[in-house]
Design a protein around this ligand. Structure first.
Ligand code: D41
Length: 670
């Protein structure tokens, strides 16, 4: 028996600690010293040690859990996580604002300005006020389960505050690291002979990808929340500004630098203000984000492909630094495209050491006449490959000569051909060219594709150079003995690699399609194709006309896909993959939702979520949402004040369901 007084004390300590966390991380207004806080924490931990039955999952002592052993599980977001498009100057912004005004039919739009943090987007799911799951953004539809790591982020509440919390709430935010946090972390890394992180984004991403949450717990990670996904069972605020206040009230940290502004002018003033104060903020920002304030207007504006029409990022000008071109190299990509690359005298640009810059293509290189020995300005913006912005012609050394583009592939010696109006130069060697083969194998094994751990650049180089791997299917025939003969490969690593390769046999159609490296087929298109055709065989049998009936597939992609599948070499590789035992999970199993494949019509107004949110959530689960009721309709969801669609459904004998049923569908495991 646990004495009642002890039970009460434990509950009271938890409550106090939670409140002090809130004061510290959310209100930025601590009321006790660190020592006093530590004393409360120690006392609670002591009681829990003596009475382990008293431990609750949301106890502040329960932030650091067990290490995960088999990687991060995929998680389907309740609602897709959109990405932000960019404006680069005031003209772009004015265009954005004009489009918003025209669509809404108003003269002035109220926006919320927010700093754009340089971190990692996450989706955190609370059920009944308790942190249930946290995932990385991933491709926007499916992310990785990093719950154990996000739980260690001190500012992220394990339990929401107050009685007014939604039954189910997805909050979106950015996990970031402060400037001071990064400096301290890098000092520790160096002291432990580790490599310092080049920038806060890498530090945050690397920390969230630790398999052992005890390691993540040592990293000074912070969180700011800025959006909601699923919002069920509660009153959704009407504006972005109110949403942020609401998130703050229920215990989530939101950025205090947010502002409500009017029109383009207000946005630009906000931008200028933040840019001026940028260095004084405790964390790095790479720009600001403007969002239409009214959530109803947001819903009316909707999204194009994966970006909302109601929000946009306005980046600060990227930093530039002068340096010298020491050499020009030509790299061969996966599709044989030859890309000239400038090798630079290493220089720090915006916190990252840059030693290479893309020169894009032969045409561009010739046009700009960049030469070895030139002084140039190099610019880096976010994760994009650094570029040369300026060539100092008056500083050009007398010995500098124009670069002569090779007419043979520097890797395999095959002749090069010019394609796409002379812009692109390609090695004609195809998969005979080791460079193309290497890139193909690396792409196939990459995380977003077949996800074979341990297949990095050095290994692929060896596999291809030794002839062990000619096509991606050869990976599945590698033996421990063969691998052990490679450089830097012991018995244990060879075994692990064979296991990792073997595990990758069980895959999904979108991952396989992406991994095959079909021209024009990125991750999003692979998803669309997989959903539409369901099986590889069905896709392979489709002609261009059929392909073009798929939403998002235009003539160029249709042609590229068809060409890929008519190529006999590709047929052989696919047959060899199948023979090697590739198991493609049936599409339905990826999103095992009761509404997958169903045709659904929404009518009337919903209480827990907007029409657009319901549509997006249903579509993410594989349903088709249409406007009008027909014989093909499977269900009609009726909200308040439904229209004539109900009558039509009844006439046709189509089931009409309530919003409660919709919520049930959306909360079914997916
Ligand atoms: O601070 C940020 N990095 C930030 C990112 C922000 N303040 N707001 C954001 N809002 C969105 C939408 C409008 C789509 C809800 C975002 C992001 N998205 C975002 N971060 C990474 C991808 C998208």
């Amino acid at each position: 028996m646990i004495p009642k007084a002890v039970r009460q004390r434990a509950a009271s300590l938890r409550e106090q600690i939670r409140e002090h966390n809130y004061l510290y991380y959310v209100l930025d207004n601590p009321e006790i010293t660190d020592a006093e806080y530590d004393a409360l924490f120690k006392e609670l931990a002591g009681i829990e040690r003596q009475y382990p039955e008293l431990v609750t999952a949301d106890s502040p002592t329960q932030r650091v859990g067990e290490a995960v052993t088999d990687g991060f599980r995929p998680v389907v977001h309740g609602q897709p996580m959109l990405s932000l498009s960019n404006v680069f100057d005031a003209d772009d912004l004015a265009d954005f604002d004009r489009r918003v005004r025209e669509r809404l039919g108003v003269d002035v739009v109220t926006y919320v300005g927010e700093p754009k943090l340089d971190g990692l987007a996450v989706n955190i799911l609370y059920e009944g006020g308790l942190l249930k799951q946290a995932a990385t953004r991933g491709d926007g539809t499916v992310g990785e389960d990093v719950t154990a790591n996000v739980r260690t982020v001190r500012g992220c509440p394990l339990r929401l505050r107050g009685s007014d919390v939604p039954a189910r709430l997805e909050v979106r935010g950015e996990i970031y690291i402060t400037k001071a946090g990064l400096a301290a972390l890098n000092a520790r890394q160096l002291a432990a002979q580790g490599r310092p992180f080049a920038n806060p984004r890498n530090a945050a991403a690397g920390s969230l990808r630790q398999l052992n949450p005890a390691v993540t717990a040592q990293r000074p990670l912070s969180l700011f929340c800025y959006a909601a996904g699923d919002f069920v069972g509660g009153r959704m605020p009407q504006t972005q500004a109110d949403l942020l206040v609401f998130l703050k009230e229920i215990g989530l940290p939101v950025n205090p630098e947010r502002r409500v502004v009017q029109g383009v002018e207000g946005c630009l003033a906000y931008y200028a203000d933040l840019e001026r104060r940028r260095d004084g903020l405790g964390y790095d920002i790479d720009g600001v984000v403007y969002k239409v304030n009214s959530l109803r207007d947001q819903a009316r504006l909707g999204a194009v492909s994966r970006s909302p029409r109601w929000a946009v990022a306005h980046k600060f000008p990227p930093e530039e630094m002068p340096t010298r071109v020491e050499a020009i190299e030509v790299q061969v990509g996966r599709t044989g495209a030859l890309t000239p690359v400038a090798v630079l005298k290493p220089v720090a640009v915006g916190g990252v050491v840059v030693s290479h810059a893309t020169l894009h293509n032969a045409f561009e290189l010739a046009r700009r006449d960049i030469r070895v020995g030139d002084m140039v300005h190099v610019r880096r913006a976010g994760d994009v490959i650094p570029e040369i912005t300026d060539v100092r012609l008056n500083e050009r050394p007398s010995w500098a000569v124009p670069f002569v583009f090779p007419d043979h592939c520097p890797v395999c010696g095959s002749p090069v051909v010019r394609a796409e109006g002379g812009m692109i130069t390609r090695c004609a060697g195809g998969l005979f060219c080791p460079a193309q083969r290497k890139q193909t194998v690396r792409h196939f094994a990459s995380r977003r594709a077949l996800d074979i751990e341990g297949v990095g650049e050095k290994l692929v180089d060896q596999l291809v150079d030794t002839g062990l791997v000619r096509t991606v299917a050869d990976l599945y025939h590698l033996s421990v003995e063969q691998l052990q003969k490679l450089e830097r490969m012991g018995l244990r690593s060879a075994q692990k690699l064979v296991e990792a390769i073997s595990r990758s046999r069980r895959t999904t159609l979108p991952k396989l399609l992406y991994g095959l490296g079909i021209p024009e087929v990125g991750e999003a298109t692979a998803q669309v194709l997989a959903r539409h055709f369901q099986t590889l065989d069905a896709l392979m049998a489709a002609d261009e006309e059929t392909l073009m009936t798929v939403p998002d597939i235009g003539p160029v992609a249709a042609h590229a896909i068809r060409t890929f599948f008519t190529e006999s070499h590709n047929h052989k590789v696919i047959a060899a993959l199948k023979a090697a035992g590739l198991e493609i999970a049936p599409m339905a199993a990826i999103v095992p939702s009761p509404v997958a494949g169903k045709v659904i019509v929404l009518t009337g107004s919903l209480r827990g979520l907007t029409r657009a949110q319901a549509q997006a959530a249903l579509r993410a689960r594989g349903a088709k949402v249409t406007e009008s009721v027909s014989a093909h309709t499977d269900y009609v969801v009726a909200g308040d004040d439904p229209g004539s669609k109900i009558e039509r459904a009844r006439t046709l004998g189509i089931p009409v369901v309530t919003e409660a049923q919709l919520q049930e569908w959306l909360s079914a495991p997916s």
